[in-house]
Design a protein around this ligand. Structure first.
Ligand code: ARG
Length: 588
């Protein structure tokens, strides 16, 4: 289905044209004065300059031309030249009925199966997954889901940090603790054990200990660097340890992401880029794009239009080591070879902006990615505690994601148990669903680039702009529908009838924005816009609900129409929260 704004604009264009004005002036927008009208066209003001006429004369002529058009209940010009519009209730009801019948509630797929890579998650193997990675996972998952819904072939890649110094640190810490392991026996020539020499619990303790040690013990740090170097150059015993680390750590990561209802099509990482790096470096050198600078190999990326000076991208350090940028470029080569995406989206901390600018520019300068292929970094801000500083536990540590989820579920559980209408078991299940919504909505409802304050009490509130409020709205509708279904008293009307009350019409107008909201949120890579929309729709529904006693309505046709209308509200809300990455329980 066409977007309602486009449908109105179509009529408006015909009218501008019929009055002798160019139809490019016929743009229609939502009214910024809902008390006066629902939509408006401000084109007469711009047209007035071109045609050297008074804006109000143009607006009057256009509005006159549209009198009697069945789409509008009211269309008229006001000073200095606005055209104010109200849709006819009949037309709007038709649009509602169209939404109910169409696939995807009237959303037109724009993706046509085009491939887009979304790089999110980005956990670092063997390091604890902490709240800093939460945002990437939550935002990326939503972008992936919205894109798929719009018909793109979204390929979500977790892009693990699985090739860094943490590996060398773990290896050397392991040597200090268990020197007898065969991996450290240089004369050992047998097969390496299948079984990892540590559990996930031990691994989680080994890395922080090693990391601490390296800060105080310079010799240890050097050993870790050497071990990393050996690993990266194919030293078999360390590769065997690396595989153990990967297997143990990945099982844990999968569990964590599953708990977040975050999913990936690809579980690749920095290590997968390594085979591409020698060729990449050679190519950049051969083509004169990379040159030596103070022992390092760099590629210039500055452009004359830059407002500040951007440093060149270092692709190889003076000690020969590859860097973060090198591995991202290697990954791009792999992605081009495997799937030739039509766009790239990276969801990572906004402090990595320079890194991504450098990587994107090198990729395009070298022609690895076509110059018209969009490459976007969705940079997000920091999740802060109520004190406005980066979120930490009470003892000052970085809070573990598992702990965070457990805390939020616990808080929701307590709230649900306050009412004591459900069994403990059901309350626990419900708390998980609501807790996840609280967490994700609390994050997604903020513009990604902004820092936000993680405030459990606010996030789990059933009132205000929160996940639980949205779920509560859905649950309320489900409950009405359940009661209606069991009453069996009324004949079910098949159509939504034209609105008679203001609240009802407002609800329909809000529903009509759905396809636009979804498209815009994806096009702008801005899940918060979809949150804004469902908050508005929920408010419109709750307003309508307060003004009307749906189940007590005596006119059975009207009642059946309302049932259809609120079913549509539920369907739209559920579709949107699914795209955001969470779901609603049946009761709460
Ligand atoms: N592992 C990185 C980190 O923890 C994030 C990876 C982002 N993706 C990428 N392709 N660079 O900061």
């Amino acid at each position: 289905m066409k977007k309602i704004l486009d449908l109105i604009a179509l009529q408006m264009r015909a009218a501008f044209s019929a009055c002798g004005y160019d139809e490019t002036y016929a743009k229609v927008v939502l009214s910024n004065r809902p008390d006066l009208c629902e939509y408006q066209c401000n084109g007469a003001m711009a047209a007035a300059k071109t045609y050297r006429k008074k804006p109000i004369d143009i607006a009057n002529a256009v509005a006159d031309c549209l009198q009697g058009n069945e789409m509008f209940e009211e269309i008229h010009a006001v000073m200095p030249g606005f055209i104010n519009i109200r849709l006819s209730a009949g037309y709007l009801a038709d649009y509602m009925n169209g939404m109910r019948e169409e696939k995807k509630l009237g959303l037109e797929e724009s993706g046509n199966g085009r491939t887009i890579v979304v790089d999110y998650g980005g956990a670092n193997v063997a390091k604890p997954l902490h709240v800093g990675h939460l945002r990437s996972a939550v935002i990326g998952e939503s972008i992936r889901r919205m894109g798929n819904f719009l018909g793109y072939r979204m390929i979500g890649d977790v892009h693990l940090g699985d090739w860094g110094l943490q590996m060398g640190l773990i290896i050397e810490e392991l040597r200090d603790r268990r020197p007898e392991l065969v991996y450290f026996d240089e004369n050992y020539s047998g097969e390496y054990p299948q079984e990892a020499p540590f559990t996930i619990g031990e691994l989680e303790e080994i890395y922080p200990a090693a990391s601490e040690k390296s800060k105080k013990d310079e010799a240890f740090k050097e050993r870790a660097q050497t071990a990393t170097f050996l690993l990266q150059n194919g030293y078999a015993p360390f590769q065997a340890i690396w595989r153990h680390i990967m297997r143990v750590s990945l099982a844990d990561l999968r569990k964590n992401y599953d708990n977040l209802d975050v999913h990936f099509d690809l579980w690749k990482g920095e290590s997968d880029a390594q085979p591409y790096i020698p060729g990449l470096i050679q190519d950049l050198k051969d083509r004169g794009l990379a040159y030596e600078s103070q022992g390092a190999l760099v590629v210039d990326i500055a452009e004359p239009t830059d407002s500040k000076e951007l440093p060149p991208c270092i692709v190889r350090k003076s000690d020969g080591a590859a860097l973060y940028a090198t591995s991202d470029l290697g990954t791009i080569l792999e992605r081009e070879k495997d799937m030739k995406p039509t766009a790239y989206i990276y969801v990572a901390d906004k402090r990595q902006e320079l890194h991504f600018t450098q990587v994107f520019r090198v990729a395009k300068k070298a022609g690895y990615v076509a110059c018209d292929t969009p490459m976007k970094h969705v940079g997000f801000g920091t999740m802060n505690g109520r004190d406005g500083k980066p979120f930490r536990t009470r003892d000052g540590g970085v809070m573990r994601l598992e702990r965070l989820i457990a805390d939020i579920n616990e808080a929701v559980y307590e709230r649900i148990m306050e009412n004591r209408t459900v069994s403990e078991e059901e309350a626990k299940e419900t708390a998980k669903i609501v807790g996840l919504a609280a967490l994700k909505y609390g994050d997604l409802s903020n513009q990604a680039a902004k820092d936000y304050i993680f405030d459990i009490d606010r996030f789990i509130s059933f009132e205000g702009n929160t996940g639980p409020y949205i779920l509560y709205t859905i649950v309320r509708i489900k409950s009405i529908l359940g009661k209606y279904a069991s009453s069996k008293a009324d004949s079910a009307a098949t159509a939504i009838l034209p609105a008679t009350g203001a609240g009802e019409k407002e609800l329909m107008l809000s529903l009509a924005k759905y396809n636009d909201a979804m498209e815009t949120a994806f096009a702008d890579l801005a899940p918060h816009k979809l949150c804004q929309y469902i908050y508005e729709l929920s408010n419109a529904f709750n307003g309508f609900y307060h003004d009307n006693r749906i189940l007590a309505e005596e006119d059975s046709q009207r009642k059946a129409s309302w049932i259809q209308l609120i079913t549509l509200v539920k369907d739209v809300l559920e579709t949107c929260i699914d795209a955001l990455g969470f779901s609603a329980p049946d009761r709460m």
